[in-house]
Design a protein around this ligand. Structure first.
Ligand code: CU
Length: 374
């Protein structure tokens, strides 16, 4: 009886959930926002209409024959073999259909692989579990990781309702910013394992393979925010390395470039600056949450048997130089962070790990004494 009473509420919840989960769900592919994605979409629609036409013709003839030439009506099966006319027809028609699909498909494939004459080049490197974007013409170089809000909500026992986080697991700290109406060439490679860079609105997906460079291109036609994800199972946090592409008008893009360069200049000057322990601690906490908490956990207790604890770790209370070394060079499953973090970030996170998360080493280190690998 109690169960029956609960049913309507549960049922309504289910309907609501389906609606929420599939708010922008459509039956067809989406058209995307690039010249290539439109070409792919047109190709897909053409092949689908060919299939529908074949289906209608074949099933019409079949049902007509079954009905009109049924045994009950006294039909007798015709006996013929090796009818040349029929054989020629059923070879030529499919041949023509295949040719009519192969020509535009080949053209689309050639277009997809034709990266010549690009206006700019962005190198994309997959890392466990973030992306690195290098604008080869501008000297811009940064990492793009899961944003702090999603990252906080996805921690074990965070008790944060994922639905309350905007763009949960589809938001990053530093999106890839690109101009519209420009041919952007992308170079792809992997730093550790195979990842795949996939933004559906661009119309394609590319594996990022360590030791190989592959390429593709996009000419984005509308300003907007386009989201995607890593599409190759790449380890523990595969589901937590989204992609955000922000397409801006040329003017807005130029402004973003100069702002980035200004900020980068300031960050570089910071490397020579003395930071107070408070500054190191607050920056360190930020870095810890973005780069370390995924494995060592937000509370520093690690995952017994898999990821060592920072809390009470002999490294966090031993000589500070060795602690820095492990962060820079990695150890076992831990990747080297030397090229991912700036000297200021390394100094901050080491200071934080030694003086928080239950540790009380008491010492700190300045950015100027950290070698840069970038
Ligand atoms: Cu990945």
């Amino acid at each position: 009886m109690k169960k029956l009473k609960q049913l309507p509420a549960g049922f309504l919840f289910l309907i609501g959930w389906i609606n929420a989960a599939h708010a922008d769900y459509t039956l067809n592919l989406t058209k995307g926002v690039t010249s290539l994605s439109r070409e792919t979409y047109a190709q897909h629609m053409y092949v689908m209409w060919v299939c529908i036409a074949i289906g209608i013709v074949v099933f019409s003839i079949m049902f007509y024959s079954i009905f009109h030439h049924r045994k009950a009506k006294g039909a007798v099966a015709a006996q013929f073999h090796e009818n040349t006319t029929v054989e020629v027809i059923w070879t030529i028609i499919p041949f023509l259909i295949l040719i009519s699909m192969a020509i535009p498909a080949t053209k689309a494939m050639i277009d997809t692989y034709d990266t010549r004459g690009a206006d700019m080049t962005v190198k994309v490197t997959g890392y466990q579990w973030k992306w690195r974007y290098q604008y080869l013409d501008e000297g811009i170089d940064f990492f793009s990781s899961l944003d702090a809000k999603s990252n906080e909500a996805r921690q074990l026992g965070s008790h944060i309702e994922p639905g309350s986080v905007p763009n949960y697991l589809l938001e990053v700290d530093h999106p890839l910013v690109v101009p519209i109406n420009k041919k952007i060439r992308f170079l792809f490679t992997g730093a550790d394992v195979i990842h795949a860079w996939w933004v559906p609105a661009l119309g394609w997906k590319k594996d990022t393979i360590p030791g190989y460079i592959t390429d593709s291109w996009a000419n984005i036609e509308q300003p907007g925010v386009y989201r995607g994800q890593c599409a190759e199972l790449c380890g523990r946090d595969h589901g937590f390395m989204p992609i955000v592409v922000v397409a801006k008008t040329d003017e807005d893009y130029r402004q973003w470039v100069s702002e980035w360069k200004e900020q980068h200049q300031v960050a570089q000057e910071d490397t020579g600056k003395e930071l107070t322990k408070e500054e190191l601690m607050s920056k360190g906490q930020e870095v810890y949450n973005t780069s370390c908490a995924a494995c060592h956990q937000a509370n520093g207790e690690g995952v017994p048997g898999t990821f060592p604890a920072i809390k009470g770790s002999p490294i966090a209370s031993g000589p500070i130089g060795e602690h820095v070394n492990i962060v820079l060079k990695g150890k076992g499953m831990m990747p080297p962070f030397g090229e991912q973090l700036s000297p200021a970030e390394v100094a901050a996170v080491v200071t934080y790990e030694r003086n928080a998360l239950g540790n009380t080493a008491g010492d700190s280190i300045q950015p100027a004494t950290i070698p840069s690998n970038r």
